[in-house]
Write a protein that binds this ligand. Sequence first.
Ligand code: 5RP
Length: 243
Amino acid sequence: MKSNDGTESAKRRAGESAADRVRDGEVVGLGTGSTAAHAIRSLGRAVDGGLDIRGVPTSYQSRALAREVGIPLTTLEEATPDVAIDGADAAAPLGSGDATTDGFDTAEGTVLVKGGGAAHAREKVVDAAADRLLVVVDESKLAATPDHPVPVEVLPDATPTVRARIADLGGEPTLRAAERKDGPVVTDNGNLVLDCAFGPIEDAGTTARRLEAIPGVVAHGLFVDLADELHVGTPDGVAVHEY
Ligand code: 5RP
């Protein structure tokens, strides 16, 4: 586990808070990562207790966990998610605002940086398809301005040209290396990931559009104004911000 016990408890509170918002009969997008995993486990317990839902996984990891905890699965071909629950590597208020509860309450929405688990391409498809996206984080993910490196999934053959275009945009791309495997991370879609350091991103919408316009980019990790609710796990509770 990559976090300490206090952070893990905060992640669990956030995940369970979002899972509590899922209603009987809903189709649920199942995000990836340790915080979303708490939501999936909570939904599994609810299914054991009689909740009737179907899950749309966003990765190999979330599919395996959903199966383990007994959530029936479906696909985007068969159903549109009513709600999706997903984590983030960073969350910042859209427009003016700071990283406090007040800052997130008065914001127009959120800017998320996702893709720490290299699942952001499928996450974006499922999260954007859902009627409601509930994002689950602990307080360590909050920022006034997003400055976390942006993961960019690229077609392997396009890596050199995408690298050059990202450098032209002022980013510093680093090919994500695998752990316990020689060479790069290969995504669930068979692609590679460039982690692109831009420093503080003041205009996430413009950066997102510029990244999308690069041939060979499959998906980037900026999720601008997609979240409907942000569930922030704290040391003693959960703060929920709605947009
Ligand atoms: C995976 C993601 C995750 O949601 C993000 O990395 C957060 O993970 P965690 O909840 O483990 O901190 O975007 O691609």
